[in-house]
Ligand binder design. Structure first.
Ligand code: URA
Length: 214
């Protein structure tokens, strides 16, 4: 498991701004910060990918550099993932994408239910998936998303990327997923409250980015 804020870096400033209830009122800033955090996590993930040496001719000489070899599919869980996913797409502009509509069904305590809608995916066979979920809470949305994706193909590996993650969701995924995967987190959080929100977290990422849903 990789945890970005375990090492002090500018990611800390992004996390501070994302959590701050006053700064959150600026939706554009909130979305931009999630995008930047996605970009930074993408960069960290890139260090684990495969590269091939590529020759290039500059105006002055021939040289070589490492070029990304891994074939990636970025998974966007709408709607909350959109700004976070954008950061990964900036980092991996040649990656393919999969989009899935995921909604929590509230008011069914003590369990959260997940409602899945739209699914449109590029070919995921033998590709590395990066699941972009800014808030890993119960883990059920990711589990459902992966279950649906595995019906359309067989990826070689799964990267689970979250800005904020609760131990409850991490434990569920460790127990249930039967495919190699690794967690890439911005921050590992204390846990969930009785409404299954991450604490300290930041609140509802989808509402903060796009407006309170009806
Ligand atoms: N989704 C959110 O947006 N926030 C949480 O705390 C948990 C899930």
């Amino acid at each position: 498991m990789f945890i970005l804020n375990q090492t002090p870096s500018i990611a800390g400033n992004l996390i501070i701004e994302l959590r701050d209830e006053n700064l959150q009122k600026d939706r554009r800033r909130f979305r931009d910060n999630l995008t930047q955090l996605g970009y930074l996590l993408g960069y960290e993930i890139s260090k684990s990918l495969s590269f091939t040496s590529q020759e290039i001719q500059t105006p002055l000489a021939k040289t070589s550099e490492n070029a990304l070899g891994s074939k990636l599919v970025l998974v966007c869980m709408m709607r909350a993932s959109l700004p976070f996913y954008q950061g990964f797409l900036k980092c991996f502009p040649n990656a393919d994408s999969a989009f899935i509509g995921v909604k929590r069904v509230e008011g069914k305590m003590p369990e959260v239910e997940i409602d899945l809608g739209y699914l449109a995916s590029a070919d995921i066979n033998d590709k590395e998936l990066i699941i972009c979920d800014p808030m890993l809470a119960t883990g059920k949305s990711i589990l459902e998303t992966i279950t649906q994706l595995l019906k359309v193909g067989s990826p070689s590996k799964i990267h689970l990327a979250s800005a904020f993650a609760a131990p409850e969701g991490i434990n569920l995924l460790k127990k249930e997923l039967r495919i190699p995967f690794k967690f890439w987190l911005g921050s590992l959080e204390a846990g969930l409250n009785d409404k299954f929100y991450i604490v300290p977290g930041l609140g509802d990422a989808g509402d903060l980015a796009f407006g309170k849903k009806l």
